[in-house]
Every structure is written in C-alpha cells, then in structure tokens.
Design a protein around this ligand. Structure first.
Ligand SMILES: [Zn+2]
Length: 328
C-alpha cells in the first residue's frame, strides 16, 4: 500500500502531502470522518511516508521500514486501539511510557491512536497532558469516527484532517478487489452510505437478510398471522445488534416510501427494490409514514439508552398496527 492505493480521500491525502513537504510537522493530527472510509489506513501510510528513507511525499513500500510498518512490527510506529468498548488510561500510560524513550530506528515515534471517541475521561485527561507537552520526537495521529465525542481541549491541540464517505464507485472497486462477487459489490456499494466497514466486518448476506425482514414487516403489517412476525420478534428481541439493524432498515424504507408519495421519480436508497416499494407505497399515505418515521427515531434513541430490545419491538409492532390499520 501507499497513498496512491487509497481511494476516494484525495482531499485528505493532498493535505497530508502538503504537510510532508513543508518543514513544519505538527505533533498531533486528528483523522476524522465516517467509520470505514480509510482513516486508520491513511494514518499508517502517513507514518510510512515519514519513516521511509525514500524522498517524500510517498513511501516506497519496498524498503525494510515500509515492510515493518505494513506488518505492524516497526518499533517506532505504535498502533493503539480500544479494547472492548473503551480506550482506557492504561492504554495512554503505555503510550506515554513509550514516548519517554527515544525512537529506535527513525527520527520520531509515531503513535496511531484509533477509536479516540471511546477515550474514558481519565484517559482523555492523561492524553491531554501529552498533547500539551509532547516530547520533541513524538507524533500522535488520533483517529475517530465521532469527532464530536472528543473533548474540545483535545480537539484544539490537533490539526484536523477530514475524511469523506466513499463514493459508490470507489466502494465497488474496493469490494471487488477484495473478492466480493460483482452483484453483491454493486448492491453493497449502493446501500452502505459510503461506509465500507459496515459491509466488510459483518456478513453481507446477513445484512441483506435483515433488510428483507424489515421489508416483510412493513409489507405484511396488516397480516400478522401470515408473516413470521413473531418468529422475527424472538430473533430481534434477543439481540441489541439485530434490533439496531432492523430499525436502521425500517428508517431507510420509510424514507423511500415517503419519497415515493411526494415525488414521481425519486432517488431511492433501496433502488433494487423499486418495483416492490412502488406497489407498497400505493397502499399507504404520507401522514402515518411520517409518524412512523418519528417513532423509529425515538426507538433508536431508546435503544442507544439501553432500553430492552424486547420492549422496543413491542412498541414497534403496536404502533405499526395503529398507524397502518390492517387491510381488509
Ligand atoms: Zn520505504
């Protein structure tokens, strides 16, 4: 890999190459933007470009230093990420300990700190001390998918590098490079909202199956006996993740159905199901859809606040049947 292999982040890479060519390298940069668009990978390529003996602004990808960084065993490029759900003070203390030594093989010690939104308050305070008085040889690359979750005191000490959602064409290329078969790659590129990780980390077939469940729930809301509603209920209620996925798809379907009511040829999110959605839209009206949309946002908030998925599902079915009375 090298900068040239990262797709869809030309703006961020141009900025980093300017930094590489200037004589003034900062001590801390914040790589922020949606998750799964290549921030961590770009941070590693930045570290590589700074460590590789080849003249800037890109790494050669062939020398021992580049190989070590790619393999994750360069002694002066240290990657730290959350364990479980948080980046804790032990992680930051380990970083501080490493920074108290001089670099072993290169001019600087580069720390890539991934998942910074999950810093606990004590960890954030400890990190702030390092950012306030960084050792001369230290470079910190903070990576986050949720910039707003970071304390302003930390944000103000980092130079920001913004990342954008991936364009569908780039996603398609990356997925195909990873061996995903063309039809699935096309579908994922359209549905993943520019975030590759959501489709690479989880089983694509499983995601599409959740989408089908959400569609069936909307389509057959008036015929609970004909749908595997209660079977689905048992599945979703057992898992927060499933419940989250279901609400996500229902929101997207709801959006598409509202668009079909108000404009003749809308750009649908679930464009591959256009015919089915047009038929479904004919059986519904706008007001209940908008109320359902509001309900879904509320339920997403409840889920984020740790409300039991079973309760959320019961609310969902109850309101679904009130908003869209059974068809005769
Ligand atoms: Zn190199």
């Amino acid at each position: 890999m090298a900068f040239c292999t990262i797709l869809g982040q030309e703006h961020a890479i141009a900025l980093l190459q300017q930094v590489l060519q200037s004589t003034r390298l900062g001590h801390a940069y914040l790589f922020y933007g949606p998750s799964g668009v290549g921030k961590r990978l770009t941070a590693l390529e930045f570290a590589k470009a700074l460590t590789c003996p080849t003249p800037l602004p890109d790494a050669c990808d062939a020398c021992p230093a580049c190989h070590k960084i790619t393999a994750g065993n360069h002694p002066d490029v240290v990657c730290v990420g959350p364990e479980g759900t948080s980046l804790r003070i032990e992680h930051i203390r380990a970083v501080q300990h490493r920074l108290s030594y001089q670099p072993y093989e290169s001019q600087r010690t580069i720390i890539v700190l991934d998942g910074c939104e999950s810093l606990t308050p004590p960890a954030a305070n400890a990190l702030l001390k390092t950012l306030e008085e960084p050792p001369e040889s230290a470079l910190l690359l903070l990576v986050t998918g949720k910039k707003d979750a970071l304390p302003l005191t930390i944000l103000s000490r980092c130079q920001p590098i913004a990342f954008r959602p991936l364009a569908p064409a780039h996603m398609r290329t990356i997925l195909r490079q990873q061996g995903v078969e063309p039809h699935t790659a096309d579908l994922a590129a359209t549905l993943a909202e520019g975030r590759l990780d959501t489709w690479l980390q989880a089983d694509m077939a499983q995601r599409l199956a959740r989408r089908q469940d959400a569609y069936l729930l909307l389509r057959d809301h008036g015929h609970p006996n004909e749908t595997p509603l209660f079977l689905l209920a048992r599945q979703w209620a057992g898992s927060r993740e499933q419940c989250e996925a279901m609400l996500h798809w229902l929101v997207l379907f709801c959006r598409d159905l509202v668009l079909l009511q108000v404009t003749p040829t809308p750009a649908l999110y679930n464009a591959d199901l256009r015919d089915e959605l047009v038929t479904l839209a004919h059986t519904l009206t706008v007001e209940p859809l908008l109320s359902f949309f509001t309900l879904l946002s509320q339920l997403q908030q409840y889920l984020a606040q740790n409300v039991n998925p079973q309760l959320i599902f019961e609310q969902l079915v109850l309101h679904l049947q009130q908003l869209f009375p059974p068809r005769v």
